[in-house]
Design a protein around this ligand. Structure first.
Ligand SMILES: Cc1cc2nc3c(=O)[nH]c(=O)nc-3n(C[C@H](O)[C@H](O)[C@H](O)COP(=O)(O)OP(=O)(O)OC[C@H]3O[C@@H](n4cnc5c(N)ncnc54)[C@H](O)[C@@H]3O)c2cc1C
Length: 541
């Protein structure tokens, strides 16, 4: 039996009042339900300045405020509720003013959808770290051959469309999309020819897997101006900074997006996005740093794709071994490290084995000792690969501007089908359009660059994140292009620290039809769900 004095002292009437807002009005562990995010955030922030529990706080301090009560759902409709949330602004500010730290804004979370934005704007949103969880319409499962009112779905940038480049831009974008639409069935047919259906796969699984492969092949055509939908879940603090960053974007689309997101977020977490605005610090720094671009500039010729390990921690191995032992020792890090330095090679190998070899699969995360060693990779690879790898939030990474000057990749299958020269022609036209548009609008010209074009970026990561990235990005169902990068990263690390990668679970194989096994598993799961549904229906008869 739970001790009574641990419990919140609530009358039956009070319990009844707050029941909709907590998963339990009895237990010491409970979830907040049906409360607007800003109220959840301010309610939790009161924790650190009150000896009351959340339920008592809601009753004593929040419900008596009529705007807060209306915001909690007493309002007659959704619009009234939003108005009430905003009317209670002073109330939140009075609570929040007591805190010297921005972290209280992490206590409220919001799902926000940004639809029909360009891929380039999508990159601005996903260039976020901890606090933002994005998901974007996939170029692998969605076809981009659709027209609405006779128009393909690409972003009509106001600056370009009002300029002398409008016609060139429009023709190039239409050429790219119509080529994609024309080639998609041809490519899928080819995929079916070279990877015949195995008898264990259903028609659905085979159709999905071959279509995904065709999309993978043609994904290189999709330009920066392709329209996409991005959903973000994030907390107030992360949104506040994200808005500030995109308000300060070079692109009109980014600034407009920031404004619209800000307006919508202010309806639900007004107190937490209050300070978002264009930052003179960010725009000013971009301007002053931009002055160096002439000095650090060369005539760009086409570049062969590469991934290079340009820097790594030379003393890293000893640091990692020391920190593997640290939590299990009572010595100082320095003392452990001098003992480790005197260990024989066999002893060191055994230590690594003891620390890492029990992992069963990639979801068994290696320990934090691996965070004590860093590797910096520079990559010149296509924009499609960048977009996928960019999504890893724990690393340090930055890119140069997307251009059409570093050359492009041609998926080998297009040569097998006989579409290589047509593809090259489309890419050549895109490069010409980029060349013209970028003379006047260097940032906006990115919209016309297809994903097959190469760009440069760097990624600096510790060995723990390197395990996560290379193991995840080499899985069978991954895109072959980024699978290769993951495998190369593993090999580059292995050249420097072979002992430390021994237990990395990187899949080094190649696969002809990557999605087929996943599709078969989906079929199995669907069949199980159908079976369960039929059993439930039988039972309820
Ligand atoms: C096969 C495949 C298909 C994909 N399909 C799509 C798609 O259709 N659309 C799309 O938008 N993306 C897609 N992605 C990208 C995917 O959604 C992730 O953004 C990407 O894989 C980064 O992975 P991560 O979050 O595990 O890694 P990182 O961001 O590098 O994070 C590393 C680890 O840190 C922890 N972590 C980081 N942030 C958080 C957080 N906010 N909360 C909790 N834990 C956190 C987690 O343990 C995480 O694994 C796909 C990825 C793969 C591999």
């Amino acid at each position: 039996m739970e001790e009574e004095y641990f419990k919140e002292n609530l009358t039956d009437r009070e319990k009844e009042t707050i029941k909709p807002y907590f998963s339990s009005v009895e237990r010491n562990v409970f979830v907040l339900t049906n409360l607007p995010e800003v109220i959840k955030g301010t309610l939790f922030s009161r924790y650190s300045r009150s000896d009351k529990g959340a339920r008592r706080l809601l009753l004593d301090e929040f419900i008596p405020n009529k705007d807060v009560a209306a915001a909690m759902g007493n309002a007659t409709n959704h619009e009234d509720q939003i108005l009430a949330i905003n009317r209670a602004e002073d109330f939140y500010q009075r609570i929040l003013v007591g805190y010297g730290d921005d972290s209280v804004a992490e206590l409220a979370g919001v799902h926000i959808a940004c639809e029909n934005i360009s891929s380039i704007a999508g990159d601005l949103l996903t260039d976020s770290r901890i606090g933002i969880s994005p998901l974007e319409k996939s170029a692998r499962y969605i076809l981009f051959d659709k027209q609405v009112n006779g128009r393909y779905l690409w972003y009509r940038d106001p600056k370009i469309m009002a300029s002398k480049h409008a016609r060139l831009y429009e023709e190039t974008m239409d050429l790219i999309f119509s080529s994609y639409a024309k080639w998609l069935p041809i490519v899928q047919e080819h995929v079916k020819k070279v990877t015949p259906k195995d008898p264990e796969a259903t028609d659905r699984a085979y159709e999905s897997a071959t279509r995904a492969k065709a999309c993978d092949i043609l994904k290189n055509l999709l330009p920066g101006g392709r329209l996409t939908n991005v959903g973000l879940y994030g907390n107030g603090r992360a949104f506040e900074y994200l808005l500030t960053k995109i308000y300060s974007s070079n692109l009109e689309e980014g600034r407009q997006l920031a404004k619209e997101m800000h307006e919508e977020l202010a309806k639900v977490i007004p107190a937490f996005v209050k300070r978002s605005q264009a930052s003179e610090y960010i725009t000013g720094t971009k301007e002053t740093m931009g002055q160096y671009s002439g000095q650090f500039h060369k005539e760009v010729a086409e570049e062969t794709p590469y991934i290079r390990l340009i820097d790594y921690d030379k003393d890293g191995e000893a640091k990692v071994l020391t920190m593997m032992l640290f939590p299990y020792s009572n010595m100082t890090a320095l003392e452990i490290s001098s003992k480790v330095a005197n260990m024989a090679l066999e002893g060191k190998k055994k230590l690594v084995k003891d620390y890492l070899s029990k992992r069963r699969n990639r979801r068994d995360k290696p320990g934090r000792a691996l965070e004590n060693i860093y590797y910096t990779f520079e990559l010149c690879a296509n924009y499609a690969i960048y977009r996928d790898l960019h999504r890893h939030r724990q690393l340090s990474q930055e890119r140069q501007q997307l251009t059409a000057n570093l050359g492009f990749d041609t998926p080998p299958e297009l040569a097998e089908i006989g579409l290589e020269s047509d593809y090259n022609e489309v890419m050549k036209k895109a490069k010409q359009a980029y060349g013209e548009i970028s003379k006047d609008f260097p940032s906006e010209a990115q919209y016309v660059v297809p994903r097959g074009f190469r760009m440069r970026w760097y990624m600096k990561m510790n060995l723990r994140e390197a395990h996560h990235l290379t193991e995840l990005r080499s899985i069978k169902q991954g895109h072959p292009d980024y699978r290769k990068i993951a495998q190369q990263m593993r090999n580059l690390i292995a050249e420097k620290h072979p002992a430390l990668v021994e237990y990395m679970m990187v899949d080094m194989n190649e696969y002809a039809l990557p999605r087929i096994e996943s599709e078969k598993r989906i079929d199995q799961k669907l069949a199980e769900l159908d079976k369960r549904g039929n059993q439930n229906a039988e039972m309820s008869k």
